[in-house]
Design a protein around this ligand. Structure first.
Ligand code: ADP
Ligand code: SF4
Length: 678
């Protein structure tokens, strides 16, 4: 039953000629399943519709061949041959009563056009908006502008034919030709499309009008617009030209979908931002237009959502990441199951997959991108006729996820952990600066496990091979995690070092508070892991009052966090905290450091080194149990199978449960292109 206080979230919302059945709006986002992996894309979006999102939007859809996003697999609607794929997508979304929206877009100066070999185009002849890519854009002639408008209109016509309810005009982030025309940074024209504000706005207005003409009152027209570009040189500001755009076009589109730009601002992580972080920029829009407004900001709390509506800050609750982590968020609120919401933790593993052009993965939701490929459903329990007992050793992310799936299938599960707390690594990491939301990985699972009569959880229960055998469970699942190495082995050095003249701690030691009482003052954090841990340990120690230097053999700080869009913020944070940063620097066994550029030995005052390199799998219990004379009922999962990111541990636990429950079920569909005759 929906609690009264949440009923406002389930009110219908009129969007031009169409009606959204509720206020939950799954906004466009990259899925990695683009035009070339339609089955995966369709199933992912249909799952959101099934989970109750009243509107489900499709990601950037390239309107023509000259907006080829190359290795970022977007959607395409280049010509009529694309229509059947979109029709199937629309049908899949609408079968659950949701509205289907499509974000028609031209990437402008963010295109690469490598596949098509066509020139990149933009308002002015400038390098593309990717400093690392050696491409320039060609300034569009008036004839090019006419052609662009015609192709947008043609794409809108096809989208309408495919059955979409909402047609987007896309002027958000800087991944949009229309934003390029709007921006003083990229528009240096002197004709009627450049110079004054109204000239730079001209093309956006024309394209909206063109789209309204195509929609002809049958579909709604939405404008996705970034009202501010915080931190960007000559960027839009929500209290200057960003606002002027909203005021100038206020009543033209049927729906305003507003956010901030670039992508690292729009998809900021929880380490640096809280729920609702975009509202200070976007919430003025409601006061300027009478049209409905959707906005985002990693909303997962139903109470926050209600207050946003009641306080007239938004009409529709937009979500990309929260809808990836929890496709059934609306359904769970509706059914009064809010304590079962799988809240997004704001880690941006989903985002990182886009850097690789791969189907999205999620730390919290192991079933995402597996909806079609493996036929995994995030909510439906796996049906298994056998009623078995399972002993899980280790209550970290892998063990808890495995337990949850076994419990849902109605099986009896016992979990034992040697610590006095559940959650394993996420419990420890959640105490580090900015990583508080990591605890959601534990809480979502533990909460349900604790409420099940089929589940027993024993803490402070270290299991030996003897204990496990005595327990005599039908299945034993070893989820004993991994330990940070102390011996200098990391991504850049595979040979253990013998340290005799320096005290070495590990990331585990820091998280367990072992440095707090030490006499050390000058600490070096040596990062040969390159994701978030090295920098967050440095931040933690600096916050505790140590004098901290961050050293890494790679040329940049926390290199892999570039993929989670965090890297510039991490560098600023460390700088602000007075942490000295030394890239291109290798650790030697005597505790000194060598520059990888010129071989010079760097001497730093060091009382202790904190190693953040590789980890060792804690698999000794498994090795003892999995002797050849044993039956094959011992399973190794998570970090104890292979140390990795939290997402991989959760996925591993989920997969193991399914394989135990349905060993015969090996569905793995593959996207395949039908061959023509040559
Ligand atoms: P993962 O990410 O794979 O879930 P974690 O390191 O987060 O791994 O969790 C592993 C958990 O296993 C930790 O909470 C740890 O206390 C527990 N553990 C390790 N060895 C044993 C053991 N022999 N008996 C019980 N618990 C154990
Ligand atoms: Fe949220 Fe992380 Fe999942 Fe992305 S990967 S949806 S940020 S929990």
């Amino acid at each position: 039953m929906t609690e009264d206080r949440y009923s406002i979230l389930f009110e219908p919302v009129q969007i031009g000629p169409v009606t959204a059945p509720n206020r939950f709006y799954a906004v466009p986002h990259a899925t990695g399943h683009g035009w070339n992996q339609p089955h995966g894309a369709i199933a992912l979006r249909a799952m959101k519709a099934e989970g109750g999102w009243g509107t489900v939007a499709v990601q950037i859809t390239e309107i023509a061949a000259d907006t080829d996003m190359a290795n970022h697999p977007m959607e395409r609607i280049w010509d009529d041959s694309d229509i059947p794929r979109h029709t199937a997508q629309v049908d899949a979304i609408k079968q659950f009563g949701s509205l289907a929206a499509i974000e028609l877009g031209h990437g402008g100066m963010r295109c690469r056009n490598i596949t098509t070999g066509l020139p990149v185009i933009g308002p002015s002849a400038l390098p593309v908006l990717r400093p690392e890519v050696p491409l320039q854009a060609r300034a569009m002639s008036l004839a090019d502008i006419k052609k662009f408008r015609a192709s947008h209109k043609a794409a809108a016509t096809r989208a309408k034919q495919a059955g979409y309810d909402i047609l987007y005009v896309y002027a958000a982030h800087d991944i949009s030709l229309l934003s390029n025309f709007l921006s003083l940074r990229t528009n240096q024209r002197t004709d009627e499309y450049g110079g004054s504000f109204s000239n730079r706005l001209r093309l956006l207005r024309e394209v909206i009008e063109d789209t309204i003409e195509v929609a002809a009152g049958d579909c709604a027209v939405a404008l996705r617009f970034s009202v501010a570009e915080p931190g960007a040189k000559k960027g839009l500001k929500h209290d200057a030209e960003g606002r002027d755009v909203v005021e100038a076009l206020a009543e033209l589109p049927d729906l305003w979908d507003v956010n901030i730009s670039g992508w690292s601002q729009d998809s900021a992580t929880a380490r640096f931002t809280d729920e609702g972080y975009q509202l200070p920029y976007t919430d003025f829009v409601k006061s300027v237009t009478s049209k409905p407004v959707v906005g985002v900001g990693r909303f997962t709390s139903p109470d926050t959502m209600v207050s946003l509506i009641r306080n007239n800050r938004l009409d529709l609750i937009g979500a990309a990441r929260p809808s990836i982590a929890e496709p059934f968020l609306p359904a769970k609120i509706k059914q009064g199951r809010t304590d079962e919401i799988r809240e997004c933790i704001g880690c941006n593993i989903c985002v990182s997959m886009d850097s690789y052009g791969l189907p999205v993965r999620c730390t919290q939701n192991p079933t995402v991108s597996e909806e079609w490929r493996s036929q995994w459903h995030p909510e439906a329990p796996v049906i298994s006729s056998a009623r078995q007992s399972h002993l899980i050793v280790g209550a970290g992310p892998a063990g808890l996820e495995c337990a949850l799936q076994l419990m849902r299938a109605g099986h009896n599960v016992t979990i034992a952990d040697k610590q006095s707390y559940a959650g394993g690594r996420v419990t420890l990491e959640a105490n580090l600066p900015g990583l508080n939301s990591w605890a959601r990985v534990r809480d979502y699972r533990l909460n349900q496990l604790q409420h099940s009569a089929n589940v027993q959880i024993y803490l402070e229960s270290e299991m030996t091979a003897e204990n496990v055998k005595e327990f005599d469970a039908d299945n034993v699942i070893i989820a004993t995690g991994a330990t940070w190495r102390r011996d200098g082995v990391g991504c850049s050095n595979f040979d253990p070092l013998i340290f005799d003249s320096v005290t070495v701690y590990t990331a585990d030691d820091v998280m367990q508070g072992k440095l707090k009482n030490s006499s050390a003052k000058e600490i070096v954090v040596y990062d040969d892991d390159h994701f978030y841990m090295g920098s967050v340990i440095a931040e933690c120690l600096a916050g505790d009052g140590f004098s901290v230097s961050y050293i890494t053999p790679l040329p940049t700080v926390s290199t892999w966090t570039d993929n989670t869009l965090d890297q510039p913020r991490i560098v600023s944070r460390l700088h602000d905290m007075g942490v000295g940063m030394y890239p291109n620097t290798l650790l030697n066994s005597d505790g000194s450091f060598t520059s990888t550029i010129n071989g010079e030995v760097i001497s730093l005052a060091t009382d202790a080194i904190v190693m953040v390199g590789a980890r060792t799998a804690n698999d000794s219990l498994y090795t003892q149990l999995n002797t050849q004379d044993e039956t094959n009922n011992v399973h190794l999962i998570g970090d104890s199978l292979v140390p990795g990111i939290i997402q991989a541990a959760v996925y591993s636990g989920h997969k193991a449960a399914r394989e135990i429950l349905q060993p015969e079920n090996t569905v793995k569909h593959r996207e395949q292109v039908a061959l023509q005759t040559y």
